[in-house]
Design a protein around this ligand. Sequence first.
Ligand code: SAH
Length: 240
Amino acid sequence: VTVYLVGAGPGHPELITVRGAALLGRAEVVVHDRLIGRGLLDLAPAGAEVVDVGKLPGGPPSQDGINALLVEHGRRGREVVRLKGGDPFVFGRGGEEAEALSAAGVPFEVVPGVTSATAAPGAAGIPVTHRGLSTSVTVVTGRVGDPSSPGVDWEALARAGGTLVVLMGMSERARIASALLVAGRDPATPVAVVHWATTGDQRVVRTTLSDLPAVDLPSPSTIVIGEVAALDVGAGMPPG
Ligand code: SAH
């Protein structure tokens, strides 16, 4: 195996898997994007080539450009760690990278990670399911342009009830709230927004669905919608 698609976890440097940390510790090339916990890159050997694809000269490359970079390094037989925030297969475009490597005949392995979809609520003391309150959790992207587009069926989500976890949703929060309200979700539905969960920069804002548009937290933030968002059962992990 030459290319490892490794989940870095939500931000805390100790929330990478043991396998992910071991692979990072012997990587020859590390290709990572912006949302990687500080300190994680310290695990890479001093001589490793570290490529931040969020910040290459000339601007961030396209997904095709990243795929090509992985294929190129992989073909040279180098130990490549493609470090991705959270889990590589949850809105991380890891699937596309796997397909590109597979098509190019480059051997690769996927190392799962702790996804922010559960870790961010958890770090705020919010269990995404809770007996008597929520029997389901749906993880959805907020980056859909127009939430009434066929990309995400907000009406069906509103009807289904349960917990909604929205990733990449802050810039569209007003449209998401309004789509859910129009579809009949209660304006008083509890909402929590968790910014930079598990790190020293973590911030949690509690509100309601009708007041979600007023929450102004930058990326990366996870929006939790549903009865569980009012809970704080405690989390207790010191920030990374
Ligand atoms: N593959 C990642 C998700 C990538 S999409 C995973 O499994 O976690 C990026 C989005 O994830 C961000 O816009 C934000 O909504 C969420 N996110 C990532 N890290 C986060 C963190 N530390 N705290 C809160 N939300 C986070």
